[in-house]
Write a protein that binds this ligand. Structure first.
Ligand code: BG6
Length: 476
């Protein structure tokens, strides 16, 4: 890998910070989500209900523990750390005229501590968080008003932190919301709660268009501040394979992939693909999009692509084949792929799919790619020797890194960084569980938030440390 390759790790504010109501923070959408399991979806409650457990309220207490955690990340050798800024720490309801000083102070301290430890910060502006107040008042990104609120928040972040942070990302996994059978995604991406009988596709297309307009304004503003700032988008890279060589299967997989590329196409190329326009026309969708919006989208294309990679899905045109889904992170209309194993949470494990996807998008856009998440959610056990021997995680990460290396070194794809999700255990996004552990560092909390909170390095910690030290040469 190139000598300036950014070996890193990624986190999101709501999954680690806790302190959900400290120092003037407002209620975020993540604060009204209950705990679920693999088979039982998280519930979204109407405000905070007494006696209900909300895992993100405490998370792993990164808000108070961040120095100790960053010290460990520095020991791990991370060159880069992706975090997100909780919008509600800066603007508690979203409507305030001026930002909350305590919120700004926290992130200044966090970034300067990271810099002190030689860790390059990367910041996601919207990682499944927004003020709950804006959801109640305007229905989230159903409303055009969100563009101004988001841009106001983003400008404050850029004004405050652009000397400390060079790499920015707009909306995390913006394409998740197209999986409308799981209402969690519309809520976490866009603060949208579907109404009975409405056309869910029309709703998410509108929300996405407002988000693209807002994101493009942020890109333009960042470039006007400092030419050296890099702003990217984030898409969940979950490619679809055809089940057989039957041309009908091929066509179906192609269509599913194109529907996902919509998100990166608009943000990387600056225009809405013809196929999507045809879908809008056919369904008679009346979207609120002005020529000024389209012009802004064209002028505010991203500098690089952030991709998160966990799984692939397989689709069949034959409706008689049994559907299996790909865990609750992919659509239900997918079938078993006999060549792939699954994680304990039912997510397919497909390292070669990463190489496939990297080639697809690099040759589509010719933009640098940052893998901003990749990792394995698994149950970890503290053994008799007080250690966590997570060889399954090591082998998952090794196999994916090997495929990333092939994509860069053999295929010429420009990958500029790789973030493991995650350097530390955190609250799972889709299930709200702690026991679905991703970390290279164990955190002693259980699914009810009970435990000492103590941190213990797992075997994967020493392994990844070596990978970084040898710039990806030593993977054994
Ligand atoms: C991505 C998200 O979807 O996958 C993260 O950006 C999330 O926030 C990660 O945690 C893994 O998903 P989960 O549901 O297993 O935590």
């Amino acid at each position: 890998m190139k000598s300036n390759f950014l070996w890193g790790g990624a986190l999101a504010a709501h999954q680690v910070e806790g302190a959900y109501d400290k120092d003037g923070k407002g209620l975020s959408i993540a604060d009204v989500m209950t705990a679920g399991t693999k088979d039982q979806a998280r519930k979204i409650t109407d405000g905070i209900k007494k006696g209900v457990y909300y895992p993100n309220h405490q998370a792993i207490n990164f808000y108070t523990n961040y120095k100790e955690d960053i010290d460990r990340f520095a020991d791990l050798g991370l060159k880069s750390l992706r975090v997100s800024i909780a919008w509600t720490r800066i603007f508690p309801t979203g409507e305030e005229q001026s930002p909350n000083d305590k919120g700004l102070e926290f992130y200044h301290q966090l970034f300067s501590y990271m810099r002190k430890k030689n860790i390059e910060p990367m910041v996601t502006l919207s990682h499944f968080e927004m003020p709950y107040y804006l959801v109640k008042k305007y229905g989230g990104w159903r409303s055009r008003k969100m563009i101004d609120y988001f841009v106001k928040f983003s400008k404050v972040c850029l004004d405050e932190f652009s000397d400390e942070v060079k790499y920015w990302l707009t909306f995390n996994e913006i394409n998740n919301q197209s999986l409308t059978e799981n209402p969690l995604f519309a809520f976490t991406n866009s603060g949208i709660i579907f109404k009975e009988g409405e056309d869910r596709d029309e709703v998410f297309y509108q929300a996405a268009m407002y988000e693209f307009v807002a994101g493009a304004k942020v890109v333009q503003y960042a470039h006007s501040l400092q030419k050296s700032l890099k702003v990217g988008c984030v898409v969940a890279a979950s490619p679809y394979y055809p089940n057989t060589p039957n041309p009908q299967d091929i066509l179906k997989a192609q269509r599913m992939n194109e529907l996902q590329y919509f998100y990166s196409d608009v943000q990387a190329r600056g225009y809405v693909p013809e196929l999507i326009k045809k879908i809008w026309e056919r369904n008679n969708y009346k979207l609120d999009i002005t020529s000024k919006d389209l012009d802004g989208i064209k002028k505010g294309t991203v500098d690089y692509l952030g991709i998160t990679y966990y799984l692939t899905s397989t689709v069949s045109a034959d409706q008689t084949i049994q559907k299996v889904g790909s865990g609750n992170a992919a659509g239900n209309d997918t079938v078993e792929n006999p060549y792939l194993k699954r994680s304990q949470w039912g997510w397919t494990i497909d390292p070669a799919g990463l190489r496939y996807y990297l080639n697809e998008i690099y040759h589509r856009y010719h933009l640098p790619i940052f893998i901003v998440e990749n990792g394995l959610g698994a149950i970890d056990k503290i053994e008799k020797d007080e250690k966590i021997h997570d060889d399954y995680r090591i082998s998952y990460l090794r196999d994916h890194i090997l495929e990333m290396k092939k994509a860069t070194e053999e295929d010429g794809v420009d990958v500029i960084g790789y973030d493991v999700w995650s350097p530390i255990d955190l609250v799972s996004f889709t299930t709200g569980e702690m026991k679905k552990r991703y970390g290279l560092i164990y955190v002693d909390y259980d699914n009810e938030g009970k435990g000492s909170g103590e941190r213990i390095n797992k075997d994967s910690f020493a392994w990844y440390k070596k990978v970084i030290e040898t710039n990806g040469e030593k993977l054994e």
